[in-house]
Write a protein that binds this ligand. Structure first.
Ligand SMILES: [Zn+2]
Ligand SMILES: [Zn+2]
Ligand SMILES: [Zn+2]
Ligand SMILES: [Zn+2]
Ligand SMILES: [Zn+2]
Length: 252
């Protein structure tokens, strides 16, 4: 997809939107979900209007290989009343959404429909997007997400490292709300690194101590690697912070 750097969008037709690479996370005004990667931002800074690339470029209809029978239609608001969750990432549907026509429709955020199917790290570690978990999620210890949906997950080729997309998104969202990310362009890399490191993976794997075996340390390292790959995939092109983290984690 060739990127156009200046667009008009019907959801904010009064101004032009420019393709930018913000240093801080933003809330997308289309789907209302946190974004970190490249996005369209209103040329008037006072507006603080942002759209994920995927939200700005949403097409009227779409398909996804996980549910190829569902023909999905784009809505700027879900037509139904009541709380709805994205069937991929488990987060609330509060704005732009794709839905199928079944009585109990599937819901997907535009950016979730575009999740990469395979993630590959520099050392060849691979993770695959899966509709069903082959084993429990290493973060929450369950197959279903906290919203009781069976959300998508990323799973390593060996099948041992498995994380809900929902769990990784929640983790980042919490950190964001705690003010842990960049502020005013100030990156406190050491603090951020330590905070994130202690946040992952929380329950099913114990933090290695000095007494841990080298096997336990190795498992921990692989789990960390998996989670950082997912973070960089979920939030688009790595920002300074994420790329620093990913590099540090992938190099040890
Ligand atoms: Zn969005
Ligand atoms: Zn504007
Ligand atoms: Zn989603
Ligand atoms: Zn469906
Ligand atoms: Zn989970």
């Amino acid at each position: 997809m060739g990127l156009i750097t200046k667009i008009k969008h019907s959801s904010h037709s009064e101004h032009f939107l420019l393709l930018k690479y913000p240093r801080e996370p933003y809330e997308c005004n289309g789907c209302r979900v946190l974004g970190l990667g490249p996005c369209y931002e209103c040329e008037h800074e006072d507006c603080s209007f942002y759209l994920h690339e995927e939200c700005a470029n949403a097409t009227p209809s779409a398909l996804h290989s996980f549910n190829s029978k569902c023909s999905l239609r784009f809505h700027s608001r879900a037509p139904q009343r009541g709380r709805r969750f994205c069937d991929a990432c488990g987060q609330d549907v509060l704005g732009f959404v794709y839905q199928c026509k079944y009585k109990k429709p599937h819901d997907y955020h535009p950016s979730c429909l575009k999740l990469q199917h395979t993630l590959t790290a520099g050392d060849g570690t691979r993770l695959h997007l899966r509709k069903k978990l082959p084993s429990k999620c290493l973060n929450c210890g369950s197959r279903k997400t906290s919203n009781k949906i069976e959300g998508w997950s990323y799973v390593s080729s060996c099948g041992h490292y498995c994380y809900h997309v929902a769990c990784v998104k929640d983790m980042i969202l919490k950190k964001w709300k705690e003010g842990y990310f960049l502020q005013d362009g100030n990156v406190n890399e050491t603090d951020n690194y330590l905070t994130l490191q202690s946040a992952i993976p929380s329950r099913e794997l114990e933090l290695p101590s000095r007494k841990s075996s080298s096997k336990a340390r190795n498992i921990w390292r692989k789990a960390k690697k998996a989670i950082m790959l997912i973070i960089s995939a979920l939030f688009g092109d790595p920002t300074t912070l994420i790329s620093v983290l990913v590099q540090q984690l992938l190099s040890d």
